[in-house]
Design a protein around this ligand. Structure first.
Ligand SMILES: NC(=O)c1ccc[n+]([C@@H]2O[C@H](COP(=O)([O-])OP(=O)(O)OC[C@H]3O[C@@H](n4cnc5c(N)ncnc54)[C@H](OP(=O)(O)O)[C@@H]3O)[C@@H](O)[C@H]2O)c1
Length: 195
């Protein structure tokens, strides 16, 4: 597939880009600072783009099959976080203009603005979105472990308590990429963890 990766220069994003290329996908990595991207590959194009601007994203999205977002915006004590909703509005606008309808984005349950972004997506009927909600992220490569999933904010054990508190960023990337070939979690928020 031809995929656009947002947040490609981030910690999860870099795992995801590497795995996507390894799986044979053609990747367009959109970055505010393309020089930060350390991965090089003949099927990887790193382009400068403004994730808050539909006009900036539109030409970059053209002729792609899906958008995967690993964007993250740090919490600030001085100002509220708005990056999730602001970027998602531009992304959805650009996807509509370029007739793309598969979106896979990662969030968690920490920031109000993540909820707001997810609520915005719930009102987006024409896009096949999936929100992936991992627990705490570790900077580790993908494993071969089984991935457990649950619709909601965490994967519960038999008593209803969360199974595990952390996951390798490589495994989050592995799960997000697996969704390119699956309709299982379309228009849903899915919590995930490795067994
Ligand atoms: N930390 C956890 O334990 C945890 C748990 C569950 C979910 N999550 C969520 O998972 C997501 C990914 O986490 P991560 O730790 O892999 O992220 P990360 O390393 O902080 O990377 C964030 C990415 O977003 C980009 N970005 C941030 N602000 C931007 C802006 N204004 N314009 C353009 N790009 C911008 C960064 O670009 P630059 O490289 O240019 O800065 C980077 O590529 C986040 O949404 C995070 O909240 C985190």
């Amino acid at each position: 597939m031809r995929i656009v990766v947002l947040g490609a220069t981030g910690q999860t994003g870099q795992y995801l880009v590497n795995q996507a290329l390894h799986q044979g996908h053609v990747v367009t990595a959109v970055a505010r600072n393309p020089g930060k991207m350390t991965v090089m590959h003949d099927k990887l194009q790193v382009v400068e783009g403004n994730i808050f601007s539909e006009e900036s994203l539109k030409p970059l999205f053209k002729d792609h099959d899906a958008v995967i977002s690993c964007l993250g915006f740090p919490a600030s004590a001085f100002s509220g976080v708005t990056g999730y909703t602001q970027s998602m509005k531009a992304v959805i606008g650009a996807m509509r203009e370029t007739k793309m309808n598969r979106l896979i984005a990662m969030t968690s349950c920490v920031l109000t603005n993540m909820y707001e972004m997810e609520n915005f997506l719930k009102d987006t009927d024409d896009i096949n979105w999936t929100v992936v909600r991992p627990p705490g992220l570790k900077n580790e490569s993908a494993t071969a472990k089984e991935i457990l999933t649950h619709e909601g904010y965490f994967v519960p054990d038999e008593r209803g308590s969360p199974i595990g508190q952390t996951i390798a960023r490589g495994d989050v990337a592995r799960f997000m990429l697996s969704l390119l070939n699956s309709n299982a979690w379309v228009k849903k928020g899915v919590a995930m963890i490795t067994k």
